[in-house]
Design a protein around this ligand. Structure first.
Ligand SMILES: Nc1ncnc2c1ncn2[C@@H]1O[C@H](COP(=O)(O)OP(=O)(O)OP(=O)(O)O)[C@@H](O)[C@H]1O
Ligand SMILES: [Mg+2]
Length: 366
């Protein structure tokens, strides 16, 4: 982990004193490109992040997420374009003068310093007097529920505890924004979920503008006010988690954020409540499809719903969920059902009827 202390072109107080209409985006990328040789790690990237917003950059490996964060932190310089903080270009501001807390996936705490000294470090770097430092360290330790751990060495902490200290160290000097690169990547699932909740509540408490990079869709959905989906150095789509999941613009987003059934591979005509646009294909989420025995279900609501028949190929039990792969014509549809008492369980080979609301069909660009 690296902590970088910086002076902003304008102070937060100055920015806040501006009239609401004049308040610039906290962070802005303007047509930023970063070339590594012939490879554009980031290509013509334009985005704004509002003050206090929690934005997640989500994308597959190599899509340019870390590069975007490095550009903002000032560790790499754009080949083209400009980055603004509080409305002012930071092109000429070196990384050590950008005021931000950073947490990287390898939450490298200083191994030779106690937890307390680790937390004191950013305060010391900022020239905060010794008498003031200790109360701040103690307050921060309480906030991350590790008040008794100040004297331990990092090696004496669990992974989750180290992660919390890394976050605490990034936050302790009140940076105007927080940059997180796969902050929970090294933790097991249970701990990740716990830390997601803690990070969310820390964000609510501190109200700090946060830009988080992840390839974990669940993390992005849970934490963010807004998600930016990146693909090959460019923004594919950006929206709130719910809007992005419910109305993905492209097949890439639909598949990256959750599971998607692209319906054009099946031997039936898809009925929908909206007109399809050229270059798009119909898509439906697995949880929007109902499954029933052929004999159980009548086509009672054919105006609103679409009915197809199929044969169970596979049943996958996953605790609270059951997933079916159902062969329909020449394709396979994925159906996801919450496990409930008294529910019929279908076996491979069984014939079933699937149906869904026509209004649940989305058209995504390919
Ligand atoms: N220092 C570098 N030199 C050359 N190429 C680089 C460098 N850093 C990144 N790249 C290339 O730029 C592209 C984007 O890399 P980046 O690290 O931003 O991806 P990422 O989205 O963070 O991926 P991951 O999820 O694997 O961390 C990749 O093709 C990568 O190989
Ligand atoms: Mg990365």
């Amino acid at each position: 982990m690296q902590i970088v202390n910086v002076k902003l072109p304008i102070s937060l107080a100055e920015a806040d004193a501006l009239k609401p209409n004049d308040v610039p985006a906290h962070v802005e990328f303007r047509n930023v490109t970063k070339m590594y040789g012939a490879v554009a790690a980031v290509r013509d990237l334009s985005l704004t992040v509002g003050r206090g917003e929690f934005v997640t950059i989500l994308g597959p490996s190599g899509s340019g997420k870390t590069t975007a964060l490095m550009l903002l932190a000032g560790f790499v310089a754009p080949t083209q374009g400009d980055i603004l903080i509080g409305g002012n270009s930071v092109a000429a501001v070196p990384s050590y003068r950008r005021d931000q807390g950073i947490v990287f996936q390898s939450y490298a705490l200083f191994p030779h310093l106690t937890v307390g000294k680790n937390l004191e470090f950013p305060l010391e770097m900022r020239g905060i007097k010794a008498a003031e430092r200790l109360p701040r360290v103690n307050r921060m330790l309480e906030r991350v529920h590790l008040e008794d751990f100040g004297d331990r060495m990092p090696s004496q902490l669990s992974g989750g505890q180290q992660q919390r200290i890394a976050l605490a160290r990034a936050l302790i000097a009140d940076p105007p924004f927080l940059l997180l690169d796969e902050p929970l990547g090294a933790l097991d699932r249970k701990l990740r979920e716990q830390m997601q909740i803690e990070m969310k509540s820390l964000h609510q408490e501190f109200g700090i503008t946060t830009i988080c990079v992840t390839h974990d869709q669940e993390e992005a959905l849970t934490l963010s006010d807004r998600i930016i989906v990146m693909r090959a150095g460019q923004i594919e789509q950006t929206d709130t988690p719910e809007a992005l999941y419910d109305r993905p613009a492209t097949a890439f987003v639909a598949n990256f954020l959750g599971e998607a059934n692209i319906l054009d591979i099946h031997d039936f005509k898809v009925k929908s409540t909206v007109e399809s646009q050229p270059g798009t294909v119909p898509m439906i989420r697995p949880e929007r499809i109902s499954i029933a025995a052929l004999t159980d279900q009548k086509e009672t609501d054919a105006e609103k719903r679409q009915y197809v028949t199929g044969r169970i190929k596979e049943m996958i039990y996953a605790g609270p969920l059951r997933k079916y792969h159902v062969r329909v014509g020449s394709g396979v549809l994925i159906v996801r059902e919450h496990v409930a008492t008294g529910q019929k369980v279908f076996k491979p080979g069984e014939e079933v009827r699937l149906d869904w609301l026509r209004s649940d069909v989305r058209f995504v660009a390919i």
